[in-house]
Design a protein around this ligand. Structure first.
Ligand SMILES: [Fe+2]
Length: 279
């Protein structure tokens, strides 16, 4: 059961986690951890292809700590890039790369029914006809993102700066440790947001806020290191969902999203908010 009113009341919706999906996610995470253990020079031979409006496919290593740039490695995959991802994985000459790509790309088929039931609830509540079809049609472009934050940090250190996600909405799939917090509606407090056990969570990103005329708000969130993850690092996985009709944030005109103050979108006047997007 989904309590869709939570999307406004709590800023997010908890959804039952189908066991087949949960198992497949755990397999993909094990394969991701194995990939992360490959030597850096091998991993870096996996190209990142930033040929998409939002973000590309492949492996990225971000080692330098800038003001808002988090230290991590990540991997983006979409079904639509299946063949090139597999070709690139094979070219690495280590089967762990191929195993990871294959395990990860099993997920979209298992994720789709979950997202479609969520989308049907949204469609009914907000009278947005065609929304669930648009979400189902987006399956080849569901963006799977696997992350690994490095362990060499202090407990309580912010390892993921406050931000809202850029796509339509976000499904959380896995986290190896607690640490995600979201900003309350009144912007006064950070509330722990444990994820991905019996239930998992879906929360709006900028695209859904815009699509629903700000009746829901993109959820501002951050990641704070626990003592364990400060020592051992943190693995996680999410699925970003873009759908037909979702507009895109205009980075060329407005710069990096992280420069806006946390919760900027909670009470931004409609005209100003709508201007953030590409025409
Ligand atoms: Fe995020």
């Amino acid at each position: 059961m989904i309590n869709i009113a939570d999307i406004e009341n709590r800023g997010m919706v908890y959804v039952p986690y189908p066991s087949a999906l949960r198992r497949a996610v755990l397999d993909a995470i094990a394969a991701w951890e194995a990939f992360c253990n490959l030597p850096e020079e091998v991993k870096l031979r996996f190209p990142y292809e930033p040929d998409k409006k939002q973000s590309g496919n492949g492996y990225e290593l971000k080692k330098e700590r800038g003001e808002t740039l988090d230290r991590k490695e990540d991997f983006h995959l979409r079904l639509s890039a299946h063949d090139e991802l597999l070709t690139n994985a094979r070219a690495l000459g280590d089967e762990r790369a191929e195993q990871f790509v294959e395990a990860a790309l099993l997920l979209p088929d298992l994720i789709e029914p979950l997202l479609v039931s969520f989308a049907q609830e949204v469609e009914e509540r907000y009278k947005v006809q065609g929304f669930s079809t648009a979400v189902a049609d987006a399956k080849p472009e569901f963006l799977l993102r696997f992350l690994h934050y490095f362990g060499d940090c202090e407990p309580e250190e912010m390892i993921g700066s406050p931000h809202v996600d850029k796509g339509g909405f976000t499904l959380h799939l896995y986290e190896s440790d607690k640490g995600v917090e979201h900003l309350s509606t009144d912007k006064q407090s950070w509330i722990p947001m444990p994820l991905a056990h019996e239930d998992t969570v879906i929360f709006p990103a900028l695209g859904l806020q815009q699509y629903l005329g700000s009746r829901v708000k993109a959820l501002c969130h951050r990641i704070v290191a626990t003592p364990e993850c400060a020592r051992q690092g943190r693995f996680s996985a999410v699925c970003f969902v873009d759908f037909r009709g979702a507009r895109h944030y205009d980075k060329a005109r407005h710069g990096r999203l992280q420069k806006f103050p946390p919760g900027f979108n909670y009470d931004m006047p409609a005209e100003q908010f709508n201007d953030l997007f590409v025409e």
